[in-house]
Design a binder for this molecule. Structure first.
Ligand SMILES: Cc1cc2nc3c(=O)[nH]c(=O)nc-3n(C[C@H](O)[C@H](O)[C@H](O)COP(=O)(O)O)c2cc1C
Length: 585
Protein backbone atom coordinates (compact mmCIF):
# COMPACT_ATOMS: atom_id res chain seq x y z
CA UNK A 1 0.00 0.00 0.00
CA UNK A 2 1.35 3.43 -0.94
CA UNK A 3 2.26 5.58 2.00
CA UNK A 4 0.47 8.81 2.80
CA UNK A 5 2.48 11.97 3.32
CA UNK A 6 4.33 12.56 6.57
CA UNK A 7 2.05 14.20 9.13
CA UNK A 8 3.46 17.71 8.71
CA UNK A 9 2.87 17.69 4.94
CA UNK A 10 -0.56 16.20 5.36
CA UNK A 11 -1.38 19.00 7.79
CA UNK A 12 -0.24 21.52 5.19
CA UNK A 13 -2.59 20.03 2.59
CA UNK A 14 -5.59 20.16 4.91
CA UNK A 15 -4.53 23.59 6.10
CA UNK A 16 -4.53 25.10 2.62
CA UNK A 17 -7.94 23.54 1.94
CA UNK A 18 -9.36 24.96 5.18
CA UNK A 19 -7.76 28.38 4.78
CA UNK A 20 -8.50 29.01 1.10
CA UNK A 21 -10.89 31.96 0.96
CA UNK A 22 -12.77 33.88 -1.65
CA UNK A 23 -11.22 37.31 -1.13
CA UNK A 24 -12.91 40.57 -2.10
CA UNK A 25 -11.30 43.17 0.12
CA UNK A 26 -8.00 44.12 1.68
CA UNK A 27 -5.93 43.59 -1.49
CA UNK A 28 -2.49 45.17 -1.61
CA UNK A 29 -1.38 47.05 -4.74
CA UNK A 30 1.93 45.10 -4.93
CA UNK A 31 2.42 43.44 -8.32
CA UNK A 32 2.47 39.65 -8.43
CA UNK A 33 5.99 38.52 -9.51
CA UNK A 34 5.88 36.56 -12.78
CA UNK A 35 7.48 33.49 -11.19
CA UNK A 36 4.77 33.35 -8.49
CA UNK A 37 2.03 33.71 -11.07
CA UNK A 38 3.76 31.03 -13.15
CA UNK A 39 3.75 28.57 -10.24
CA UNK A 40 0.08 29.17 -9.57
CA UNK A 41 -0.82 28.70 -13.24
CA UNK A 42 1.29 25.52 -13.37
CA UNK A 43 -0.72 24.17 -10.43
CA UNK A 44 -3.95 24.99 -12.28
CA UNK A 45 -2.61 23.26 -15.39
CA UNK A 46 -2.12 20.01 -13.43
CA UNK A 47 -5.83 19.63 -12.79
CA UNK A 48 -7.56 16.41 -13.79
CA UNK A 49 -9.60 16.63 -17.00
CA UNK A 50 -12.07 14.45 -18.84
CA UNK A 51 -10.21 12.13 -21.22
CA UNK A 52 -7.11 14.24 -20.40
CA UNK A 53 -8.56 16.85 -22.75
CA UNK A 54 -7.20 19.82 -20.71
CA UNK A 55 -9.97 22.08 -22.00
CA UNK A 56 -8.78 25.17 -20.11
CA UNK A 57 -6.89 28.27 -21.16
CA UNK A 58 -5.84 31.10 -18.89
CA UNK A 59 -6.19 34.71 -20.02
CA UNK A 60 -4.03 36.92 -17.81
CA UNK A 61 -5.30 40.49 -17.72
CA UNK A 62 -3.44 43.45 -16.25
CA UNK A 63 -4.41 46.29 -18.62
CA UNK A 64 -6.32 48.90 -16.61
CA UNK A 65 -8.59 50.02 -19.46
CA UNK A 66 -9.68 46.46 -20.15
CA UNK A 67 -10.31 45.80 -16.47
CA UNK A 68 -12.41 48.96 -16.30
CA UNK A 69 -14.57 47.70 -19.16
CA UNK A 70 -14.91 44.29 -17.46
CA UNK A 71 -15.80 46.01 -14.15
CA UNK A 72 -18.51 47.99 -15.95
CA UNK A 73 -20.00 44.75 -17.32
CA UNK A 74 -20.09 43.24 -13.81
CA UNK A 75 -21.51 46.46 -12.33
CA UNK A 76 -24.52 46.35 -14.61
CA UNK A 77 -25.37 42.77 -13.62
CA UNK A 78 -24.79 43.51 -9.95
CA UNK A 79 -27.32 46.37 -10.16
CA UNK A 80 -29.84 44.20 -11.99
CA UNK A 81 -29.50 41.47 -9.33
CA UNK A 82 -29.86 44.02 -6.52
CA UNK A 83 -33.00 45.47 -8.07
CA UNK A 84 -34.63 42.03 -7.91
CA UNK A 85 -33.99 41.39 -4.21
CA UNK A 86 -36.60 41.71 -1.45
CA UNK A 87 -36.06 44.54 1.09
CA UNK A 88 -33.86 43.11 3.83
CA UNK A 89 -31.83 41.08 1.35
CA UNK A 90 -31.25 44.16 -0.79
CA UNK A 91 -29.94 46.05 2.25
CA UNK A 92 -27.63 43.15 3.17
CA UNK A 93 -26.46 42.81 -0.44
CA UNK A 94 -25.64 46.51 -0.51
CA UNK A 95 -23.10 45.92 2.24
CA UNK A 96 -21.38 43.11 0.30
CA UNK A 97 -18.47 43.56 -2.03
CA UNK A 98 -18.80 41.12 -4.90
CA UNK A 99 -15.74 41.87 -7.03
CA UNK A 100 -12.26 43.37 -6.85
CA UNK A 101 -11.54 43.70 -10.56
CA UNK A 102 -9.83 47.07 -10.19
CA UNK A 103 -8.44 46.55 -6.67
CA UNK A 104 -6.24 43.65 -7.74
CA UNK A 105 -3.11 43.90 -9.91
CA UNK A 106 -4.01 40.92 -12.06
CA UNK A 107 -7.17 39.20 -13.25
CA UNK A 108 -7.24 35.70 -14.73
CA UNK A 109 -10.07 34.37 -16.87
CA UNK A 110 -10.27 30.58 -17.08
CA UNK A 111 -11.97 29.29 -20.21
CA UNK A 112 -13.18 25.96 -21.57
CA UNK A 113 -12.90 24.57 -25.07
CA UNK A 114 -15.32 21.68 -25.11
CA UNK A 115 -14.20 20.62 -28.59
CA UNK A 116 -10.57 20.07 -27.58
CA UNK A 117 -9.48 16.44 -27.78
CA UNK A 118 -11.78 15.62 -30.66
CA UNK A 119 -14.73 13.36 -30.97
CA UNK A 120 -13.50 10.41 -28.94
CA UNK A 121 -12.54 12.16 -25.74
CA UNK A 122 -13.04 9.55 -23.04
CA UNK A 123 -16.06 10.28 -20.87
CA UNK A 124 -17.12 13.51 -22.57
CA UNK A 125 -19.27 11.80 -25.18
CA UNK A 126 -21.77 10.67 -22.56
CA UNK A 127 -21.43 13.68 -20.25
CA UNK A 128 -20.61 16.80 -22.26
CA UNK A 129 -20.56 18.97 -19.12
CA UNK A 130 -17.44 17.15 -17.93
CA UNK A 131 -15.46 19.58 -20.10
CA UNK A 132 -16.64 22.50 -17.94
CA UNK A 133 -16.14 20.47 -14.76
CA UNK A 134 -12.51 19.98 -15.76
CA UNK A 135 -11.93 23.73 -16.16
CA UNK A 136 -13.49 24.27 -12.73
CA UNK A 137 -10.96 21.84 -11.27
CA UNK A 138 -8.20 23.98 -12.77
CA UNK A 139 -9.71 26.94 -10.92
CA UNK A 140 -9.72 24.92 -7.68
CA UNK A 141 -6.01 24.09 -8.08
CA UNK A 142 -5.21 27.72 -8.84
CA UNK A 143 -7.17 28.90 -5.80
CA UNK A 144 -5.35 26.52 -3.43
CA UNK A 145 -1.89 27.23 -4.81
CA UNK A 146 -2.59 30.97 -4.61
CA UNK A 147 -3.53 30.63 -0.93
CA UNK A 148 -0.25 28.83 -0.24
CA UNK A 149 1.58 31.74 -1.95
CA UNK A 150 -0.29 34.32 0.16
CA UNK A 151 -2.33 35.44 -2.85
CA UNK A 152 -6.01 36.21 -2.46
CA UNK A 153 -8.40 35.11 -5.22
CA UNK A 154 -11.95 36.37 -5.74
CA UNK A 155 -14.26 34.66 -8.25
CA UNK A 156 -16.65 37.03 -10.04
CA UNK A 157 -19.67 35.58 -11.78
CA UNK A 158 -21.81 38.66 -12.39
CA UNK A 159 -21.43 38.50 -16.15
CA UNK A 160 -23.31 37.88 -19.30
CA UNK A 161 -20.91 35.26 -20.62
CA UNK A 162 -21.13 36.40 -24.23
CA UNK A 163 -20.32 39.99 -23.31
CA UNK A 164 -17.30 38.88 -21.31
CA UNK A 165 -16.16 36.42 -24.00
CA UNK A 166 -16.31 39.24 -26.58
CA UNK A 167 -14.27 41.55 -24.34
CA UNK A 168 -11.61 38.83 -23.94
CA UNK A 169 -11.57 37.99 -27.64
CA UNK A 170 -12.58 34.35 -27.14
CA UNK A 171 -13.39 32.37 -30.30
CA UNK A 172 -17.04 31.29 -30.57
CA UNK A 173 -16.34 27.70 -29.47
CA UNK A 174 -14.56 28.76 -26.25
CA UNK A 175 -16.54 29.78 -23.18
CA UNK A 176 -15.61 31.61 -20.00
CA UNK A 177 -15.71 29.45 -16.88
CA UNK A 178 -14.33 31.79 -14.24
CA UNK A 179 -13.17 35.35 -13.86
CA UNK A 180 -10.68 35.64 -11.00
CA UNK A 181 -9.24 38.70 -9.29
CA UNK A 182 -5.78 37.96 -7.87
CA UNK A 183 -3.47 39.90 -5.56
CA UNK A 184 -1.53 39.80 -2.30
CA UNK A 185 -3.49 40.44 0.90
CA UNK A 186 -2.48 41.28 4.45
CA UNK A 187 -4.62 38.54 5.87
CA UNK A 188 -7.17 35.88 5.01
CA UNK A 189 -10.53 35.85 6.79
CA UNK A 190 -11.02 32.77 8.98
CA UNK A 191 -14.56 32.23 7.67
CA UNK A 192 -16.29 32.86 4.33
CA UNK A 193 -17.22 36.53 4.16
CA UNK A 194 -20.79 35.60 3.33
CA UNK A 195 -20.99 33.68 6.62
CA UNK A 196 -19.50 36.56 8.63
CA UNK A 197 -21.96 38.95 6.98
CA UNK A 198 -24.86 36.65 7.94
CA UNK A 199 -25.76 36.10 4.28
CA UNK A 200 -25.48 32.30 4.46
CA UNK A 201 -24.27 29.62 6.88
CA UNK A 202 -22.07 26.58 6.40
CA UNK A 203 -24.10 23.34 6.23
CA UNK A 204 -22.81 20.72 8.67
CA UNK A 205 -21.02 17.84 6.93
CA UNK A 206 -23.56 15.39 8.35
CA UNK A 207 -26.29 17.01 6.23
CA UNK A 208 -24.29 16.31 3.09
CA UNK A 209 -23.22 12.70 3.56
CA UNK A 210 -25.63 9.93 2.48
CA UNK A 211 -25.05 6.20 2.81
CA UNK A 212 -25.84 4.08 -0.25
CA UNK A 213 -28.73 6.20 -1.46
CA UNK A 214 -29.85 9.80 -1.40
CA UNK A 215 -31.68 10.73 1.76
CA UNK A 216 -30.11 8.04 3.97
CA UNK A 217 -27.91 10.41 5.93
CA UNK A 218 -25.03 8.67 7.73
CA UNK A 219 -21.44 9.63 8.49
CA UNK A 220 -18.88 6.91 7.73
CA UNK A 221 -18.87 4.30 10.45
CA UNK A 222 -22.11 5.58 11.96
CA UNK A 223 -25.69 4.34 11.85
CA UNK A 224 -28.07 6.20 9.48
CA UNK A 225 -29.56 9.27 11.09
CA UNK A 226 -33.26 9.28 11.95
CA UNK A 227 -33.79 12.79 10.65
CA UNK A 228 -37.15 13.40 12.28
CA UNK A 229 -35.85 12.17 15.65
CA UNK A 230 -32.83 14.46 15.26
CA UNK A 231 -35.01 17.49 14.59
CA UNK A 232 -37.28 16.67 17.55
CA UNK A 233 -34.29 16.16 19.85
CA UNK A 234 -32.92 19.61 18.94
CA UNK A 235 -36.07 21.41 20.10
CA UNK A 236 -35.52 22.93 23.53
CA UNK A 237 -37.74 24.97 25.86
CA UNK A 238 -37.44 28.76 25.65
CA UNK A 239 -34.59 30.29 27.62
CA UNK A 240 -36.09 31.63 30.87
CA UNK A 241 -33.13 33.92 31.58
CA UNK A 242 -33.34 35.64 28.19
CA UNK A 243 -37.08 36.07 28.64
CA UNK A 244 -36.63 37.61 32.07
CA UNK A 245 -33.97 39.95 30.68
CA UNK A 246 -36.31 40.98 27.86
CA UNK A 247 -39.16 41.62 30.26
CA UNK A 248 -36.93 43.64 32.50
CA UNK A 249 -35.61 45.67 29.56
CA UNK A 250 -39.16 46.36 28.33
CA UNK A 251 -39.85 47.86 31.76
CA UNK A 252 -36.78 50.12 31.53
CA UNK A 253 -37.44 51.32 27.97
CA UNK A 254 -38.45 54.97 27.47
CA UNK A 255 -42.19 54.34 27.38
CA UNK A 256 -44.84 53.61 29.97
CA UNK A 257 -44.67 50.03 31.19
CA UNK A 258 -46.71 47.61 29.13
CA UNK A 259 -47.57 50.28 26.54
CA UNK A 260 -46.48 48.06 23.64
CA UNK A 261 -49.13 45.55 24.64
CA UNK A 262 -48.90 42.24 22.83
CA UNK A 263 -45.69 43.32 21.07
CA UNK A 264 -43.92 43.23 24.43
CA UNK A 265 -44.87 39.56 24.74
CA UNK A 266 -43.70 38.97 21.19
CA UNK A 267 -40.30 40.48 22.00
CA UNK A 268 -40.01 38.40 25.17
CA UNK A 269 -40.88 35.24 23.25
CA UNK A 270 -38.33 36.08 20.52
CA UNK A 271 -35.67 36.52 23.21
CA UNK A 272 -36.63 33.20 24.82
CA UNK A 273 -36.51 31.43 21.47
CA UNK A 274 -33.12 32.84 20.49
CA UNK A 275 -31.73 32.46 24.01
CA UNK A 276 -30.46 36.05 23.93
CA UNK A 277 -31.66 39.52 24.83
CA UNK A 278 -32.07 41.42 22.63
CA UNK A 279 -32.84 38.68 20.11
CA UNK A 280 -31.51 38.89 16.53
CA UNK A 281 -33.72 40.83 14.14
CA UNK A 282 -36.06 38.42 12.37
CA UNK A 283 -34.90 39.41 8.91
CA UNK A 284 -34.45 38.52 6.12
CA UNK A 285 -37.72 36.58 6.02
CA UNK A 286 -38.89 33.97 3.55
CA UNK A 287 -42.41 32.71 2.91
CA UNK A 288 -42.52 29.06 1.91
CA UNK A 289 -45.78 28.25 0.14
CA UNK A 290 -46.32 24.49 0.40
CA UNK A 291 -48.62 23.25 -2.38
CA UNK A 292 -50.39 19.89 -2.65
CA UNK A 293 -53.63 18.27 -3.78
CA UNK A 294 -56.17 16.29 -1.79
CA UNK A 295 -58.01 13.06 -2.58
CA UNK A 296 -60.98 14.26 -0.55
CA UNK A 297 -61.61 16.78 -3.34
CA UNK A 298 -63.53 13.91 -5.01
CA UNK A 299 -66.22 14.23 -2.31
CA UNK A 300 -67.42 17.55 -3.73
CA UNK A 301 -66.30 19.70 -0.79
CA UNK A 302 -65.43 22.71 -2.93
CA UNK A 303 -66.66 24.23 -6.19
CA UNK A 304 -63.06 24.84 -7.34
CA UNK A 305 -61.51 22.31 -9.74
CA UNK A 306 -58.35 20.59 -8.54
CA UNK A 307 -56.30 22.09 -11.39
CA UNK A 308 -56.46 25.44 -9.62
CA UNK A 309 -53.71 24.27 -7.24
CA UNK A 310 -51.20 23.95 -10.09
CA UNK A 311 -52.49 27.13 -11.75
CA UNK A 312 -52.01 29.11 -8.55
CA UNK A 313 -48.51 27.68 -8.15
CA UNK A 314 -47.73 29.14 -11.58
CA UNK A 315 -49.25 32.42 -10.43
CA UNK A 316 -47.06 32.51 -7.27
CA UNK A 317 -43.99 31.83 -9.38
CA UNK A 318 -44.93 34.55 -11.83
CA UNK A 319 -45.33 36.94 -8.89
CA UNK A 320 -49.02 37.54 -9.53
CA UNK A 321 -50.72 36.30 -6.34
CA UNK A 322 -51.74 38.28 -3.27
CA UNK A 323 -48.95 36.69 -1.24
CA UNK A 324 -46.43 38.06 -3.75
CA UNK A 325 -47.85 41.57 -3.38
CA UNK A 326 -47.86 41.40 0.42
CA UNK A 327 -44.38 39.84 0.52
CA UNK A 328 -43.02 42.54 -1.80
CA UNK A 329 -44.48 45.16 0.53
CA UNK A 330 -43.01 43.48 3.63
CA UNK A 331 -39.63 42.83 1.95
CA UNK A 332 -39.90 39.04 2.17
CA UNK A 333 -38.91 36.42 -0.39
CA UNK A 334 -41.46 33.89 -1.70
CA UNK A 335 -40.48 30.26 -2.31
CA UNK A 336 -42.96 27.68 -3.58
CA UNK A 337 -42.65 24.03 -2.61
CA UNK A 338 -44.40 21.32 -4.62
CA UNK A 339 -44.94 18.63 -2.00
CA UNK A 340 -47.82 16.90 -3.74
CA UNK A 341 -49.45 18.80 -6.59
CA UNK A 342 -51.41 16.45 -8.88
CA UNK A 343 -49.69 17.79 -12.00
CA UNK A 344 -46.21 17.92 -13.48
CA UNK A 345 -44.76 21.34 -12.82
CA UNK A 346 -42.15 22.98 -15.04
CA UNK A 347 -38.84 23.61 -13.27
CA UNK A 348 -38.59 27.37 -12.78
CA UNK A 349 -36.55 29.53 -10.37
CA UNK A 350 -38.32 29.82 -7.03
CA UNK A 351 -39.97 26.38 -7.21
CA UNK A 352 -38.63 23.63 -4.97
CA UNK A 353 -39.66 20.29 -6.50
CA UNK A 354 -40.22 18.01 -3.48
CA UNK A 355 -43.28 16.02 -4.62
CA UNK A 356 -44.06 13.08 -2.34
CA UNK A 357 -46.93 11.92 -4.58
CA UNK A 358 -49.46 13.41 -6.97
CA UNK A 359 -52.01 14.32 -4.31
CA UNK A 360 -53.24 12.33 -1.31
CA UNK A 361 -55.91 9.60 -1.28
CA UNK A 362 -59.50 10.34 -0.19
CA UNK A 363 -59.52 10.12 3.61
CA UNK A 364 -63.16 9.05 3.70
CA UNK A 365 -62.07 5.80 2.04
CA UNK A 366 -58.76 5.11 3.75
CA UNK A 367 -55.61 6.85 4.94
CA UNK A 368 -54.80 9.99 2.94
CA UNK A 369 -51.17 8.88 2.84
CA UNK A 370 -48.94 6.13 4.13
CA UNK A 371 -46.96 6.61 7.32
CA UNK A 372 -43.78 6.63 5.24
CA UNK A 373 -45.19 9.40 3.08
CA UNK A 374 -46.19 11.41 6.15
CA UNK A 375 -42.70 11.01 7.60
CA UNK A 376 -41.09 11.90 4.26
CA UNK A 377 -43.20 15.07 4.08
CA UNK A 378 -42.30 16.00 7.68
CA UNK A 379 -38.59 15.55 6.93
CA UNK A 380 -38.95 17.51 3.68
CA UNK A 381 -40.50 20.43 5.53
CA UNK A 382 -37.76 20.39 8.16
CA UNK A 383 -35.06 20.28 5.46
CA UNK A 384 -36.61 23.24 3.69
CA UNK A 385 -36.58 25.22 6.94
CA UNK A 386 -32.95 24.26 7.39
CA UNK A 387 -31.97 25.21 3.83
CA UNK A 388 -33.76 28.55 4.03
CA UNK A 389 -32.00 29.34 7.30
CA UNK A 390 -28.64 28.20 5.87
CA UNK A 391 -29.36 30.60 2.99
CA UNK A 392 -29.41 33.43 5.54
CA UNK A 393 -33.09 33.79 6.48
CA UNK A 394 -33.79 34.70 10.11
CA UNK A 395 -37.57 34.41 10.01
CA UNK A 396 -39.73 31.83 8.27
CA UNK A 397 -43.31 32.38 7.21
CA UNK A 398 -45.78 29.62 6.37
CA UNK A 399 -47.82 29.63 3.20
CA UNK A 400 -50.01 26.98 1.61
CA UNK A 401 -51.99 26.18 -1.49
CA UNK A 402 -54.19 23.14 -2.05
CA UNK A 403 -57.76 23.01 -3.26
CA UNK A 404 -59.82 21.18 -0.56
CA UNK A 405 -57.22 21.73 2.15
CA UNK A 406 -59.65 23.38 4.58
CA UNK A 407 -61.54 20.04 4.66
CA UNK A 408 -58.39 18.13 5.58
CA UNK A 409 -57.56 20.87 8.10
CA UNK A 410 -60.96 20.50 9.78
CA UNK A 411 -60.43 16.75 10.17
CA UNK A 412 -56.94 17.27 11.60
CA UNK A 413 -58.20 19.89 14.04
CA UNK A 414 -60.98 17.57 15.25
CA UNK A 415 -58.52 14.72 15.64
CA UNK A 416 -55.96 16.77 17.57
CA UNK A 417 -58.24 18.94 19.71
CA UNK A 418 -61.34 16.78 20.05
CA UNK A 419 -63.49 19.57 18.61
CA UNK A 420 -66.83 18.88 16.94
CA UNK A 421 -66.69 18.87 13.09
CA UNK A 422 -69.66 21.25 12.97
CA UNK A 423 -67.69 23.77 15.04
CA UNK A 424 -64.47 23.71 13.07
CA UNK A 425 -65.55 23.06 9.49
CA UNK A 426 -65.72 26.34 7.60
CA UNK A 427 -66.81 27.63 4.25
CA UNK A 428 -63.27 27.77 2.90
CA UNK A 429 -63.18 29.70 -0.34
CA UNK A 430 -66.94 30.27 -0.07
CA UNK A 431 -69.47 27.47 -0.58
CA UNK A 432 -73.25 27.17 -0.63
CA UNK A 433 -75.33 25.59 2.13
CA UNK A 434 -75.56 22.18 0.44
CA UNK A 435 -71.79 21.96 -0.10
CA UNK A 436 -71.19 23.14 3.46
CA UNK A 437 -73.45 20.40 4.87
CA UNK A 438 -71.67 17.85 2.69
CA UNK A 439 -68.28 19.12 3.87
CA UNK A 440 -69.21 18.61 7.53
CA UNK A 441 -70.52 15.16 6.69
CA UNK A 442 -67.26 14.31 4.91
CA UNK A 443 -65.23 15.35 7.94
CA UNK A 444 -67.52 13.27 10.20
CA UNK A 445 -67.24 10.25 7.92
CA UNK A 446 -63.48 10.63 7.79
CA UNK A 447 -63.18 10.73 11.57
CA UNK A 448 -65.52 7.76 11.82
CA UNK A 449 -63.59 5.85 9.19
CA UNK A 450 -60.38 6.23 11.15
CA UNK A 451 -62.10 5.34 14.44
CA UNK A 452 -60.92 8.37 16.27
CA UNK A 453 -64.40 8.77 17.71
CA UNK A 454 -68.01 8.85 16.71
CA UNK A 455 -69.09 11.69 14.38
CA UNK A 456 -69.88 14.75 16.41
CA UNK A 457 -68.99 13.11 19.68
CA UNK A 458 -67.40 15.61 22.01
CA UNK A 459 -63.97 14.94 23.43
CA UNK A 460 -62.34 12.82 20.75
CA UNK A 461 -59.24 11.32 22.38
CA UNK A 462 -56.06 13.30 21.85
CA UNK A 463 -54.09 11.05 19.55
CA UNK A 464 -50.75 9.91 20.86
CA UNK A 465 -49.65 9.19 17.33
CA UNK A 466 -49.33 12.50 15.44
CA UNK A 467 -47.72 10.88 12.38
CA UNK A 468 -50.66 8.46 12.22
CA UNK A 469 -53.14 11.34 12.39
CA UNK A 470 -51.31 13.24 9.66
CA UNK A 471 -51.29 10.09 7.52
CA UNK A 472 -55.01 9.55 8.11
CA UNK A 473 -56.27 13.02 7.19
CA UNK A 474 -53.50 15.36 6.27
CA UNK A 475 -52.44 16.84 3.04
CA UNK A 476 -48.80 16.64 2.07
CA UNK A 477 -48.67 20.39 2.71
CA UNK A 478 -49.92 19.86 6.29
CA UNK A 479 -47.22 17.29 7.01
CA UNK A 480 -44.50 19.36 5.32
CA UNK A 481 -45.65 22.49 7.16
CA UNK A 482 -45.49 20.57 10.44
CA UNK A 483 -41.91 19.61 9.55
CA UNK A 484 -41.17 23.21 8.55
CA UNK A 485 -42.36 24.43 11.96
CA UNK A 486 -40.31 21.74 13.74
CA UNK A 487 -37.27 22.60 11.60
CA UNK A 488 -37.58 26.28 12.53
CA UNK A 489 -37.99 25.41 16.22
CA UNK A 490 -34.92 23.15 16.13
CA UNK A 491 -32.88 26.06 14.71
CA UNK A 492 -34.45 28.54 17.18
CA UNK A 493 -35.76 30.64 14.31
CA UNK A 494 -39.24 32.22 14.57
CA UNK A 495 -41.93 30.91 12.24
CA UNK A 496 -44.97 33.07 11.58
CA UNK A 497 -48.04 30.93 11.04
CA UNK A 498 -50.69 31.81 8.52
CA UNK A 499 -54.25 30.60 8.93
CA UNK A 500 -56.17 27.40 9.48
CA UNK A 501 -53.94 25.14 7.37
CA UNK A 502 -50.78 26.24 9.19
CA UNK A 503 -52.71 25.98 12.48
CA UNK A 504 -53.68 22.37 11.76
CA UNK A 505 -50.04 21.64 10.86
CA UNK A 506 -48.87 23.34 14.06
CA UNK A 507 -51.13 21.02 16.06
CA UNK A 508 -49.25 18.07 14.58
CA UNK A 509 -45.87 19.74 15.18
CA UNK A 510 -46.67 20.51 18.80
CA UNK A 511 -48.03 16.99 19.36
CA UNK A 512 -44.62 15.74 18.22
CA UNK A 513 -42.61 18.30 20.20
CA UNK A 514 -44.53 20.46 22.68
CA UNK A 515 -41.67 22.98 22.95
CA UNK A 516 -42.08 23.80 19.25
CA UNK A 517 -44.78 26.30 20.31
CA UNK A 518 -41.99 28.61 21.43
CA UNK A 519 -41.01 29.17 17.79
CA UNK A 520 -44.59 29.80 16.59
CA UNK A 521 -46.07 33.25 16.17
CA UNK A 522 -49.69 33.36 15.05
CA UNK A 523 -49.72 35.83 12.18
CA UNK A 524 -53.45 36.33 12.13
CA UNK A 525 -56.83 34.86 12.97
CA UNK A 526 -58.56 33.59 9.87
CA UNK A 527 -62.31 33.71 9.33
CA UNK A 528 -62.33 29.87 9.26
CA UNK A 529 -63.97 28.74 12.52
CA UNK A 530 -61.44 25.98 13.10
CA UNK A 531 -58.65 28.50 13.32
CA UNK A 532 -59.81 30.17 16.54
CA UNK A 533 -60.20 26.72 18.12
CA UNK A 534 -56.68 25.85 17.02
CA UNK A 535 -55.11 29.05 18.30
CA UNK A 536 -56.69 28.74 21.72
CA UNK A 537 -55.63 25.09 21.90
CA UNK A 538 -52.05 26.13 21.04
CA UNK A 539 -52.22 29.12 23.39
CA UNK A 540 -51.19 31.53 20.62
CA UNK A 541 -52.51 35.04 20.25
CA UNK A 542 -53.06 36.19 16.68
CA UNK A 543 -51.37 39.47 15.75
CA UNK A 544 -53.78 40.51 13.01
CA UNK A 545 -57.53 39.93 12.84
CA UNK A 546 -58.86 41.24 9.55
CA UNK A 547 -61.33 38.57 8.51
CA UNK A 548 -58.89 37.16 5.93
CA UNK A 549 -59.57 33.67 4.59
CA UNK A 550 -57.26 33.44 1.63
CA UNK A 551 -54.33 31.34 2.81
CA UNK A 552 -51.16 31.45 0.67
CA UNK A 553 -49.35 32.96 3.68
CA UNK A 554 -51.08 36.34 3.28
CA UNK A 555 -52.12 36.83 6.91
CA UNK A 556 -48.73 35.75 8.20
CA UNK A 557 -46.86 38.12 5.89
CA UNK A 558 -48.99 41.02 7.14
CA UNK A 559 -47.78 40.22 10.66
CA UNK A 560 -44.11 40.12 9.67
CA UNK A 561 -43.46 43.85 10.26
CA UNK A 562 -45.11 43.51 13.68
CA UNK A 563 -42.79 40.70 14.74
CA UNK A 564 -39.79 42.58 13.33
CA UNK A 565 -40.83 45.82 15.04
CA UNK A 566 -41.18 44.01 18.37
CA UNK A 567 -37.58 42.76 18.08
CA UNK A 568 -36.26 46.09 16.86
CA UNK A 569 -37.89 48.01 19.69
CA UNK A 570 -36.20 45.75 22.22
CA UNK A 571 -32.85 46.36 20.50
CA UNK A 572 -33.03 50.04 19.61
CA UNK A 573 -35.22 51.86 22.14
CA UNK A 574 -33.26 53.70 24.82
CA UNK A 575 -33.78 52.93 28.49
CA UNK A 576 -34.66 55.61 31.06
CA UNK A 577 -31.16 55.51 32.51
CA UNK A 578 -29.31 55.53 29.17
CA UNK A 579 -31.41 58.40 27.77
CA UNK A 580 -31.52 60.38 31.00
CA UNK A 581 -35.33 60.42 30.97
CA UNK A 582 -37.05 60.70 34.34
CA UNK A 583 -39.35 57.81 35.32
CA UNK A 584 -42.91 58.14 36.63
CA UNK A 585 -42.71 58.67 40.38
C1 LIG B 1 -18.77 29.29 -9.10
C2 LIG B 1 -18.51 30.38 -8.11
C3 LIG B 1 -18.89 31.69 -8.42
C4 LIG B 1 -18.71 32.71 -7.50
N1 LIG B 1 -19.07 34.00 -7.82
C5 LIG B 1 -18.86 35.00 -6.94
C6 LIG B 1 -19.17 36.36 -7.24
O1 LIG B 1 -19.62 36.71 -8.33
N2 LIG B 1 -18.93 37.31 -6.33
C7 LIG B 1 -18.42 37.00 -5.10
O2 LIG B 1 -18.24 37.90 -4.30
N3 LIG B 1 -18.12 35.71 -4.78
C8 LIG B 1 -18.31 34.72 -5.66
N4 LIG B 1 -17.96 33.43 -5.34
C9 LIG B 1 -17.35 33.16 -4.03
C10 LIG B 1 -18.31 32.54 -3.05
O3 LIG B 1 -19.20 33.49 -2.55
C11 LIG B 1 -17.49 31.92 -1.93
O4 LIG B 1 -16.73 30.88 -2.47
C12 LIG B 1 -18.34 31.36 -0.81
O5 LIG B 1 -18.94 32.41 -0.13
C13 LIG B 1 -17.55 30.54 0.18
O6 LIG B 1 -16.51 31.30 0.73
P1 LIG B 1 -14.99 30.84 0.66
O7 LIG B 1 -14.65 30.65 -0.80
O8 LIG B 1 -14.19 31.94 1.29
O9 LIG B 1 -14.90 29.55 1.42
C14 LIG B 1 -18.12 32.41 -6.25
C15 LIG B 1 -17.72 31.10 -5.96
C16 LIG B 1 -17.90 30.11 -6.88
C17 LIG B 1 -17.42 28.72 -6.53
Amino acid sequence: MAEGYPQEQRDAVYRVIAERRDVRQGFRPDPVPPEVLGRVLAAAHQAPSVGFSQPWDFIVITDRARRERVAALAGRHRDAFAADLPGARARAFDRLKIESILDTPVNIAVSCDRTRGGRHTLGRATQPRTAEFSSVLAVANLWLAARAEGLGVGWVSFFDERELAAELGLPAHVEVIAYLCVGFVDQFAPEPELATAGWARRRPLSWAVHAEEFGRRAMPGEEPVDQLADVLAAIVPPDAEAMAAARERQDRMTKPRGSLGVLEDVSVRLAGLAGSCPPPLPEPACVAVFAADHGVHAQGVTPWPQEVTAQMVANFLAGGAVVNAFAAQAGAEVTVVDVGVAADLEPVPGLLPRKIARGTADFTEGPAMTRDQATAALVTGAEIARDLVAAGNRCLVTGDMGIANTTASAALICAFTGADPADVTGRGTGIDAATYARKIDVVCRGLDRHRLGAPGAPGLPEPADPVGVLAAFGGFEHAALAGFILGAAALRIPVILDGVIAGAAALAAVALAPDATAACFAGHRSAEPGHAVTLSYLGLRPLVDLGLRLGEGTGAVLALPLVQSAARALRDVATFDSAGVAEKS
